[in-house]
Write a protein that binds this ligand. Structure first.
Ligand code: G3P
Length: 218
């Protein structure tokens, strides 16, 4: 499974990249707003830190404008994936941009029918939003499983399932169990994935016993 980080904070990306666990980055207009810097600068900087796909989202809502914005964003770096909303205009723009050879991430996916359309439009990635479905008392993880089953039913559907709107470490585990190809995870959750009290307690005990033994390896 691949890990993307869901942030436009360059310092956080730099520090996570050092773990060797980072396969890509996703941003959206809200995250760019939080970064408080020009989008083109932020995306260029991120694309220089991470070799994998860096999603940059268009803000136009009509196909022609989406294509124009998508092409502009794709010019920033070869690893930019153009992010488009799951609308008819977005899907038409997806066809055009993938025909150009660009990666496309279709976002705001909330049903398996929508995911089927995204794959038929040739999207590189589809982003089902787990947390926002859970917020409504629905089952975000069921959506991941449904999409996985549908895509596996048809060899021609090659779109990768990018689990998004992840709010907990458990979401990451369940997305992996459900067959998501990628999880895009907020930095704080990605950092937390390693934590387990028994690991910490076990390490403390080993170190205390080693000290008592009076030995040294080097
Ligand atoms: O980038 C899309 C997605 O991950 C948003 O997450 O927490 O705003 O629902 P959230």
């Amino acid at each position: 499974m691949q890990f993307f980080v869901d942030t436009a904070d360059v310092e956080e990306i730099r520090s996570l990249a050092e773990t060797g666990m980072l396969d890509g980055v996703t941003t959206n207009p809200s995250l760019i707003m939080k970064a408080g810097r020009p989008m083109a600068d932020v995306i260029a900087e991120i694309a220089g830190i991470v070799d994998g796909p860096v999603s940059a989202e268009v803000t136009a809502i009509e196909t022609a404008q989406m294509i124009a914005e998508g092409r502009r964003l794709a010019e920033i770096a070869p690893n930019v994936a153009v992010k488009l909303p799951l609308t008819w205009d977005g899907l038409k723009a997806c066809r055009a941009l993938t025909a150009d050879g660009h990666m496309v991430n279709i976002t705001l996916c909330f049903s398996s029918a929508q995911a089927l359309l995204a794959a038929k439009a040739g999207a590189t990635f589809v982003s089902p939003f787990i947390g926002r479905l859970d917020d409504l008392g629905l089952d975000g993880m069921k959506l991941i499983e449904e999409i996985r089953t549908i895509y596996d039913n048809y060899e021609e559907l090659q779109t990768e399932v990018l689990a998004a709107s992840i709010r907990t470490t458990n979401h990451v585990q369940l997305a992996a169990l459900g067959g998501a190809d990628i999880a895009t995870v907020p930095p704080a959750i990605l950092t937390k994935l390693i934590q387990h009290p028994l690991t910490e307690r076990g390490l403390e005990q080993f170190l205390a016993d080693w000290k008592t033994s009076g030995q040294s390896i080097l």
